[in-house]
Write a protein that binds this ligand. Structure first.
Ligand SMILES: C[S@@+](CC[C@H](N)C(=O)[O-])C[C@H]1O[C@@H](n2cnc3c(N)ncnc32)[C@H](O)[C@@H]1O
Length: 464
């Protein structure tokens, strides 16, 4: 790979005799990794080999997964870089935790945090870019979490609403992306010697908002996928100066992980508690991670600041008719998957599970206000794809087991045949190899296709 000369000069200077080994990695492919999803039942019952676990990530494995496999579509696996999967491991997941992932798309870290939360507490997953926020919402939906809200706001706007609110805030900041050069050749073309400093300005703005949202006693996990000291140690140094209540927390280092480099900033020795993942020492892309904990005494949990509603309040409770339609449908859900009426919300004709204790987000731009359960259409209720992905087989009494071939037909948008006239017509949770993957409507032996049009794909046979 042709690296910019100024980049070469800079890192030759910073890394000295290590620099040749560092530059060599830019011509080597990165090793692949993936995570399995503990929110699913039997998460290890998949076709991918699990004989090479990643020692520093609870559900991480070496290997690659296909985006067109049953396991991927049904949310059992998530492909993730081996370095990136160490970031979310440093988010403390307590049972009632309020967690914010501020720069979240496409969702690698949000899906990881959500999978560790076991549907307890609240994860607010935010992305400023609308197109990317849509992808984020799709990825969050695939893993089947019930405690995630996906927003599409600027950090500054969120800070107006969520002051002192979150226990853990992940800032996986937009950066100069030097650690991604070997995967993303475009990142090389954006790079110039001033770019890291420009990115640092934006990172400081984002962190200013993040700190306003941090509950006293909470933590900020700051990460980048760049090697640039201006965006790594120097941003952390700035953060410590701005907010003296913050202290760097030591991050556990596994073999191949390096200390942060105090000499890249003001020589504050605490900076060595951060982690640097260099590709010539560690099997993954370049990353930097620091965890900063706030030492102000903890206060009782605050609620969300009331902000004058600028947008129409789209939140309604259900009409009698809607409630009857929902109750009629939800009779097929077993006790393991029960929603209390207080936790149901309608936005337009869409019905969501949205815990009543969660903050009012109706005045914010949201992509996913809780778990979408379905849509009211004239005099019927149509269950959502997202609900199917949040269910385990035991959560529903109307299950239809289908073959892998039928799964491939269904995700491609085709109808499938369900033999046996003894089956009752109506909504069925479609399950393949034990994995719920969609709802379908059985009508006289044919399962009508309700797979979302925008997500349909041609599944190829998996070669492991
Ligand atoms: C490194 S990526 C996040 C990757 C993500 N955490 C993951 O694990 O999949 C940084 C994200 O920050 C977003 N971003 C860009 N400018 C921003 C800003 N001014 N404030 C907040 N986020 C921003 C980008 O759109 C991008 O999606």
């Amino acid at each position: 790979m042709k690296l910019p000369q100024e980049f070469i000069d800079k890192y030759r200077n910073l890394l000295g005799e290590e620099s040749d080994a560092f530059f060599t990695t830019f011509d080597q492919p990165s090793e692949k990794g993936f995570r399995i999803n503990p929110l699913k039942s039997d998460p290890q019952k998949i076709q991918y080999a699990l004989n090479k676990p990643v020692e520093y990530t609870k559900y991480g494995y070496y290997g690659s997964v296909s985006g067109k496999s049953l396991e991927h579509q049904s949310g059992y696996v998530y492909s993730q870089d081996l370095s990136a999967m160490y970031v979310a491991e440093n988010v403390t997941v307590a049972p009632k935790a309020r967690i914010l992932d501020l720069c979240a798309a496409p969702g690698g870290k949000s899906t990881q945090v959500a999978s560790l939360m076991n549907n307890q507490g609240l994860l607010v997953s935010n992305e400023i870019n609308h197109a990317r926020a849509k992808i984020l919402a799709e990825n969050v939906e695939r893993i089947g979490a019930k405690n995630v809200i996906v927003l599409n706001e600027s950090p500054a706007r969120l800070a107006e609403v969520f002051q002192d609110y979150f226990d853990q805030i992940l800032v996986d900041a937009p950066c100069s992306g030097e650690g991604m050069f070997r995967k993303d050749h475009q990142a090389v073309s954006y790079w110039n010697k001033d770019y890291p400093q420009q990115c640092a300005g934006r990172q400081k703005e984002i962190l200013t908002s993040a700190y306003q949202m941090l509950a006293p006693g909470g933590s900020i996990i700051y990460s980048t996928c760049t090697f640039a000291p201006e965006e790594d140690e120097q941003v952390v140094e700035w953060l410590l100066e701005q907010y003296p209540a913050l202290q760097i927390q030591p991050i556990k280092k596994y073999p191949g992980m390096d200390d942060g480099r105090p000499e890249f900033a003001d020589s504050n020795s605490d900076l060595s508690d951060a982690v640097r993942l260099w590709p010539h020492h560690f099997k993954g892309d370049g990353h930097f991670i620091a965890k900063l904990t706030d030492t102000r005494p903890k206060k009782a949990a605050v609620s969300v600041k009331k902000v004058k509603k600028k947008r129409m309040n789209q939140r309604q409770s259900l009409t009698k008719e809607q409630l009857a339609l929902w109750e009629d449908f939800s009779a097929v859900l077993t006790d393991g998957f029960h929603f209390s009426l207080a936790d149901l919300r309608c936005y337009g004709d869409h019905l969501y599970f949205y815990q009543h204790s969660w903050p009012d987000i109706s005045h914010l731009k949201f992509m996913r206000p809780g778990l979408l359960l379905g849509q009211f259409k004239k005099k019927r209720f149509e269950p959502a794809y997202t609900l199917a992905l949040a269910l385990q087989p035991q959560d529903c009494s109307q299950i239809l087991e289908v073959s892998h071939d039928d799964w491939a037909k269904y995700v491609h948008g085709e109808t499938i045949l369900a033999g046996g006239s003894s089956l009752r017509n109506g909504w069925k949770l479609l399950v393949c190899e034990g994995k719920p993957f969609a709802f379908g409507k059985l009508v006289n032996g044919t399962v009508k296709n309700f797979f979302p049009k925008g997500l349909r794909f041609e599944a190829r046979l998996l070669v492991v």
